[in-house]
Design a protein. Structure first.
Length: 259
């Protein structure tokens, strides 16, 4: 058992997640000295031009086992559910970064973009309907991707944050934010990430900034202080559980395409 699963209220996978994990295939991607494990779900219909969903895991599932990124929580497999696939057929990509790396480190951000485009070509996906979602470290990585690579039609960053720079670049992508007010692992306000040694802003600040800048399509599910534990019996950081059950947010994601 990892240090994460020993945290009171930490999310653990449901029995249904095991069946969804079995629908994913193992793979790896290498480029410029970086190697990353990948789990992918390729829609079995054989149809060309389906959407591709990129999922970025949190720091609790980093490593080289190429399993934990979808096995530890339900959220990484939600779009592989048979009912969802029957209504919204798509491909799913779930890479895993190794310890000591991070989605938001420049080489890994570039690598993640290259990996996404590689599988989009391999699966003959619709490149106007590339979606990205992820939690914690994955949420932080999403903002780095969106600032540098305007290829995603929409994004759902869960309990994420970003450096307070190049914020105008986020105006290009529709976003739906998720965060709990009492999350202290990734604050929804302003804080410092130790290995960056520079201020980061969480969802509260990002949302307010985007609204002031005139973002045309941004939503925010802001969980009030205490509600995660009192109502859902979950640690305040585990807002990915609520997002995974939010039909409206998932439908919103799939309504978008790049013009």
């Amino acid at each position: 058992m990892s240090k994460w699963t020993e945290i009171p209220g930490w999310d653990l996978p449901s029995p249904e997640n095991n069946a969804r994990c079995e629908r994913f295939q193992p793979d790896h991607f290498s480029n410029n000295g970086i190697k990353m494990g990948v789990r992918y779900y390729k829609n079995p219909s054989g149809k060309k031009g389906l959407p591709l969903v990129l999922f970025l895991h949190g720091a609790d599932t980093c490593g080289t086992d190429n399993v934990g990124q979808i096995a530890l929580h339900d959220v990484g497999t939600i779009f592989a559910d048979p009912d969802w696939q029957s209504e919204h057929p798509c491909h799913i990509l779930a890479p895993q970064y190794a310890k000591g790396e991070h989605w938001a480190l420049p080489p890994v951000t570039e690598y993640t973009y290259e990996l996404t485009m590689h599988y989009a070509d391999l699966f003959q996906a619709d490149k106007s309907r590339l979606y990205v979602y992820g939690y914690s470290a994955g949420g932080i990585g999403i903002f780095s991707l969106l600032k540098q690579y305007p290829v995603f039609a929409a994004a759902i960053p869960i309990c994420g944050a970003t450096e307070d720079s190049a914020m105008d670049d986020l105006l290009r992508t529709p976003m739906w934010l998720y965060h709990a007010e009492d999350d202290r692992m990734v604050s929804p306000d302003t804080f410092e990430i130790v290995y960056y040694k520079m201020p980061h802003i969480g969802s509260n600040v990002i949302y307010d900034r985007m609204c002031r800048l005139g973002h045309s399509d941004i939503h925010y599910t802001r969980i009030p202080k205490g509600e995660m534990m009192e109502k859902y019996h979950l640690h305040p950081h585990c807002t990915w559980v609520l997002m995974g059950e939010d039909r409206e947010a998932k439908e919103w994601l799939f309504q978008h395409s790049l013009s």
